[in-house]
Design a protein around this ligand. Structure first.
Ligand SMILES: Cc1cc2nc3c(=O)[nH]c(=O)nc-3n(C[C@H](O)[C@H](O)[C@H](O)COP(=O)(O)OP(=O)(O)OC[C@H]3O[C@@H](n4cnc5c(N)ncnc54)[C@H](O)[C@@H]3O)c2cc1C
Length: 417
């Protein structure tokens, strides 16, 4: 077929779009992660998406092989922290974008798994890191059945003026040389039913009742006596991600398991939330990129009116905006990670990355589905899964609404109010 006069050959962008050449280590890193994402995560994530939640984590599930191969890659907290801050930020953006490109649910499973080790490292607790190494499956338990958004707001910036917090669902108390934990965390704990170790954020018992604003952060080995779990959660998107309740019945641990106490609890929420929001921004930039790439490919293959649909102006324009949004999301996430690794981390910068990455993935996946037409709605094609995965991200790690309200308050200068 003759080439249409109106379409000229343009420079081809690389997998990371208009990204200047990467330094050697980063280029190698990107290549091997991309290979893993393409060869292992995509097919395994697609298979797990169709399986029942119990089967996703059954002994014969492909999840375990994907996890084993991920651990073998050797990319984790220790490696990331070994880079100087600018390199670390670049590596982290690439790392989580490539994982997100592969599969959102598996990315969050692997990312959440790193959080206990990350917090031990961030708070200088090499002793705990040695005892609970990052090869173990980790989880972050913070939200509770009665306290979702509330849990991410211990400094009460967005708490309703007429609100009453009510009783926390999980409370820890110091008794002699032990920390004693009772209660439960929500069914949303990522890796909740499979984790080996949990970084638990919970209220502290005080003489005047439980204090949820100044609580405890505790490293809990999940085989400790008194820990039990709920059933794997069944949900719309990120179905490869195991989630479930964790229960604590008089769980007793030596005091060296306490990572933060009441005086540093809010700071510890700030540190983990800033890291997790940055990670989410990168993962969902990857999900948006995957949706864009699939739509671009399809728009060259599918013909209507005798031409590939990309020749129709509205399709080309839609694709351009999808491309533009993914580029903008990547640029912001990169910038925020550089800022947050290079100086005093800013949670509202992390929130901007999380909201932009997740909103981008949702809009781009929805546009991709439109480009696929009726095919996009079917389970024969991969787009409906990306849309479901992206939809969940608007809620996870703090609903985007509450993050933006809180982020807006962080912009205000208290000295001028
Ligand atoms: C895929 C996924 C993974 C997750 N992983 C984890 C995990 O690893 N560990 C963990 O502990 N939790 C995890 N969560 C829980 C997640 O952090 C919570 O779902 C989230 O914080 C929202 O809480 P909620 O679902 O209870 O909603 P709610 O807090 O009940 O909110 C319901 C609605 O009310 C709105 N709302 C609530 N409060 C306010 C307010 N103050 N101002 C304005 N609007 C408000 C919200 O925006 C939302 O639209 C995960 C969730 C998902 C979906």
């Amino acid at each position: 077929m003759n080439k249409p006069n109106s379409i000229k050959k343009s420079p081809r962008l690389g997998p990371l779009g208009a990204e200047p050449p990467l330094f050697d280590t980063a280029a190698m890193f990107q290549e091997s992660l991309h290979r893993y994402a393409e060869e292992i995560m995509r097919p395994v994530g697609t298979a797990l998406d169709r399986m029942a939640p119990d089967a996703v984590v059954a002994a014969d599930s492909p999840y375990w092989e994907a996890r084993r191969k991920f651990v073998e890659l050797g990319f984790g907290v220790e490696l990331l922290l070994s880079f100087e801050p600018a390199e670390r930020a670049k590596m982290m953006s690439i790392f989580f974008e490539e994982l997100g490109w592969g599969d959102a649910g598996l990315s969050i499973s692997f990312g959440a798994s790193m959080l206990p080790a990350y917090m031990c490292a961030a708070l200088g607790r090499q002793d705990l890191l040695a005892r609970y190494p990052e090869s173990l499956i980790g989880c972050w338990g913070i939200t509770e059945p009665d306290h979702g958004s509330d849990s991410l707001d211990p400094n009460r910036m967005i708490f309703h003026a007429e609100g009453k917090y009510g009783r926390p669902n999980c409370i820890a108390a110091i008794e002699g040389d032990e920390i004693v934990i009772n209660g439960q965390k929500s069914a949303w704990v990522s890796n909740g039913t499979i984790a080996d170790v949990c970084v638990l954020y919970c209220a502290a018992a005080t003489a005047s009742g439980p204090d949820h604003r100044n609580g405890f952060v505790v490293i809990v080995p999940m085989d400790a006596r008194g820990v039990s779990r709920g059933k794997p959660l069944d949900k719309l998107g990120q179905r490869a991600l195991n989630q479930g309740e964790v229960f604590f019945d008089d769980v007793r641990l030596s005091l060296d398991h306490v990572l933060a106490g009441p005086d540093t609890f809010q700071e510890a929420v700030y540190i983990i939330h800033t890291a997790a929001n940055g990670l989410m921004g990168a993962v969902f930039t990857g999900v948006g990129r995957a949706a864009f790439e699939m739509a671009l490919e399809y728009a060259h293959e599918r013909k209507q009116g005798g031409v590939p649909i990309i020749r129709h102006q509205s399709v080309a324009q839609r694709l351009f905006h999808m491309f533009r949004k993914v580029e903008a999301s990547r640029a912001l996430v990169n910038r925020v990670l550089h800022y947050n690794f290079g100086t005093e981390p800013a949670l509202h910068a992390g929130m901007a990355a999380k909201i932009t990455g997740t909103q981008t993935s949702f809009e781009v996946a929805s546009d991709a589905l439109q480009i696929f037409g009726g095919n996009g709605l079917t389970r024969e094609y991969p787009i409906e899964k990306l849309l479901r995965d992206a939809r969940a991200s608007l809620i996870e790690d703090g609903c985007n609404e509450i993050l933006s309200i809180k982020g807006g308050y962080y912009l205000a200068d208290p000295d001028r109010l």
